[in-house]
Design a protein around this ligand. Structure first.
Ligand SMILES: [Fe+2]
Length: 594
């Protein structure tokens, strides 16, 4: 995605504009300064400070030095030398089944592995077992759909190659019937080279998540800018291949590299995943028939590249792959409490992107414009109609709620422009100057047109589905790298539900995109400029844990102190809550922002 306002006159669809750290070297300076870091960076050892010192925006520092070892890339790592070094994972849990996953390293030919599932970690109370073939043709990864399980039950699982054992994973089936509580962790945008996966570490150390929703940008295919290379080297998180991915081998190598990370493996080992891709698992700004990040004239077949990326995704993710690997939209029922509908807003049905001028000319309002595609949209309507669960939850990629800002701010995202608009807004109509009246009356435009703001008719149709069946809608979103919470209303003003948009695991947010705008001012301004946006954090990395009960939904944001140093602390909160029922679909803050 391209998350951010383009500079005036810059082409929106320019290739490779979106990077996990933003474009170019914005906000990043390399210096030989030896100033001691403060605040979040005070954990650096003094010896490291004499080395080249990289400043990433305000208040975050990296040190390039020998004390941070350069990690070996996937194929040459310690992880790769161990028979099951990439660990184990589980995913796509249902009430009676779950996928379990592993990879058998360094195979030269297919081998049979044994898998075991038990009720206890010592495997004395075995439930089921079998064999599965690990084949280099599938990157030596295996997936087993373990069936015949009991609902709401924790299981332990492992694999064996002869006498060699994998580590033991823990998973849990979905509940059935009357359910009192479900808690989901929501994650997106994990760029391995530019930050430590502390977010995954924090989540994997808690025992209360029923599932981890991976909403995409689980990897980044786009290669590294010079600045990102420097950060990766400083962190010992360089990748191979360093450039943009195109072939099946490229994509597989990057999955290997990402899974050398112990924190990522820890989350996969401890919590069942439910994942969908965003664009960067395949190529930046992908849509149904192409991608902003793919030029067929110089990069070959789009379909071949997409097929390679999709194959690698399913090889490495514990998904229940169907007959059509491109179709990843699917539902998960947590008894009578919630139905989770995982969507694909990127690949299978998205129409061509739009940008500023066509948007202002009304192109985005075309009622035939699709984000889900007709087939997926009909499927979702049927699922919402057919589910009697209290909460209807959409797990999907891009921000759903309106983020429409004044055109003057879109064109000049500066504190001066924002202050001018807000001053006009705060002035009583009778006292406004002509210029202020013009500011208040000017058109608005979605801050990021690759999200649902670029597809308003499609969004309205989803809201109408929920309204027609009087369902409590909760939308969970990723992609933006920042934390947001929305009240969701249709154009008639009906309260339909709420949205929690998760911050990124490592990818930089608006603090890098708009380095000249104060961080708190930026977040506060968004909330003031955008109707129904109730919360924003535009500078911190983290995740959101969402708790559902029969009467309420609560989104609790968790932020880590830094992804640029090896240790971290976590800040839990704020939490925002809404109630079930038409009168309760409005967020209130349970605790102040930390
Ligand atoms: Fe991202």
């Amino acid at each position: 995605m391209l998350w951010g306002v383009p500079a005036r006159g810059r082409k929106m669809q320019e290739k490779k504009m979106d990077r996990p750290m933003g474009n170019g070297n914005a906000g990043i300076t390399a210096t030989t300064a030896v100033d001691p870091p403060t605040g979040a960076d005070a954990g650096f050892a003094g010896a490291e400070l004499s080395r080249r010192h990289f400043v990433l925006g305000a208040g975050s520092a990296l040190v390039l030095g020998s004390t941070v070892g350069l990690g070996a890339c996937g194929g040459g790592s310690d992880v790769d030398r161990q028979p099951f070094g990439y660990g184990v994972a589980s995913g796509d849990p249902l009430a009676d089944r779950v996928i379990i996953w592993t990879r058998a390293n360094r195979l030269t030919e297919a081998v049979q592995l044994r898998w075991e599932v038990a009720l206890d970690a010592s495997f004395s109370n075995m439930v089921t077992s079998g064999t599965v073939t690990a084949d280099p043709a599938h990157d030596s990864t295996v997936k087993v759909d373990v069936t015949g399980l009991q609902p709401a039950t924790s299981y332990f699982y492992r694999f064996k190659n002869g006498s060699v054992l994998s580590e033991t994973g823990r998973t849990r089936t979905l509940p059935a019937g009357s359910v009192e509580q479900v808690k989901l962790g929501v994650f997106s945008c994990a760029a391995y080279p530019i930050g430590q996966f502390h977010v995954y570490n924090h989540a994997s150390n808690r025992s209360d998540l029923d599932a981890a929703l991976m909403l995409g940008d689980y990897i980044y295919e786009s290669g590294l800018s010079d600045a990102e290379q420097l950060v990766a080297r400083a962190l010992g998180r360089e990748v191979d291949p360093q450039g943009e991915l195109h072939t099946l081998t490229d994509y597989r190598l990057l999955y290997q590299r990402y899974h050398t990370d112990a924190d990522l493996r820890g989350l996969r080992r401890n919590v069942p995943l439910i994942g969908v891709w965003d664009d960067h698992e395949i190529v930046n700004d992908i849509w149904r028939d192409g991608a902003g990040g793919h030029d067929p004239a110089t990069e070959g077949s789009f379909a071949a590249r997409r097929a390679a990326a999709v194959q690698a995704y399913h090889e490495w993710m514990p998904t229940r792959t169907g007959a059509d690997p491109l179709r990843i939209y699917r539902s998960f029922d947590f008894g009578n409490l919630l139905s989770l509908h995982m969507l694909d807003t990127r690949v299978i049905g998205r129409d061509a992107p739009t940008n500023r001028d066509p948007y202002l000319a009304g192109l985005a309002d075309d009622p035939s414009r699709q984000l889900l595609g007709t087939e997926q949209e009909a499927w979702l309507a049927a699922r919402l109609q057919g589910s009697g669960a209290t909460w209807q939850v959409l797990g999907q990629q891009v921000v759903f709620g309106g983020m429409r800002i004044p055109l003057s701010v879109y064109d000049d995202f500066s504190e001066d422009a924002i202050n001018a608009f807000l001053a006009a807004l705060d002035t009583p109509d009778a006292s406004r100057t002509a210029a202020q009246r013009a500011l208040v009356a000017q058109p608005r435009i979605g801050y990021e047109l690759t999200n649902w703001d670029g597809f308003p008719a499609a969004r309205e149709r989803v809201l109408a589905m929920a309204h027609a069946t009087d369902k409590n809608l909760v939308v969970l979103s990723g992609d933006s790298h920042n934390a947001w919470a929305h009240d969701l209303r249709d154009t008639a003003g009906h309260r339909i539900g709420v949205e929690f948009a998760t911050p990124s695991v490592t990818s930089t947010g608006l603090e890098i995109k708009h380095p000249d705008v104060g961080r708190q001012f930026l977040a506060d301004s968004f909330v003031r400029m955008v109707p129904d946006l109730t919360y924003a954090d535009t500078a911190r990395r983290g995740y959101v844990a969402v708790t559902f009960t029969p009467t309420s939904v609560t989104g609790e944001f968790v932020f880590v102190s830094s992804v640029f140093v090896n240790s971290y602390s976590a800040t839990v909160g704020p939490a925002l809550q809404a109630q079930a029922g038409p009168a309760g679909r409005e967020l209130t803050r349970l605790q102040p922002s930390a």
